[in-house]
Design a protein around this ligand. Structure first.
Ligand code: GSH
Length: 115
């Protein structure tokens, strides 16, 4: 099942995109915007009234918040080995990892998908 990601260059959604790339599952980008003078897609606002991206869709479900999406995808795809398995070590990852991973992925993605 392909993921869909509300996305814009220069946004936090770039970090989520890198995670999807690392996982290797098919995904589709749905163009959004972070420009203050442009409207957000209504489908995105229906899923996240804050208007923020990323918003991730899979099947009939959707979620938002970078760190939560990071944990969700790492858990859902253990074969990608992006995070520790659920044991004692995961507490340190959950304390620091998702936010750090999101920030690192964003800077990496700015290099990988410039402009
Ligand atoms: N707490 C949210 C923040 C996401 C966020 O700040 N997204 C920015 C892009 S980096 C955004 O969508 N800005 C557009 C807006 O504020 O309407 C998260 O971690 O996912």
């Amino acid at each position: 099942m392909a993921y869909k990601l509300f996305y814009a260059l220069g946004s936090a959604a770039m970090g989520t995109r890198v995670i999807l790339e690392e996982i290797g599952e098919p995904y589709e980008l749905i163009q959004s915007t972070i420009a203050m003078d442009e409207p957000r897609p209504p489908e995105q606002l229906a899923l996240n009234p804050n208007g923020w991206i990323p918003v991730l869709i899979w099947g009939e479900k959707a979620m938002y918040e970078c760190a939560a999406i990071t944990v969700f995808l790492c858990d859902r795809h253990p074969e990608a080995d992006l995070a520790p398995a659920v044991d004692d070590d995961v507490s340190v990852f959950l304390q620091l990892g998702p936010e750090c991973l999101s920030a690192q992925l964003l800077s990496r993605s700015l290099c990988r998908y410039p402009g």
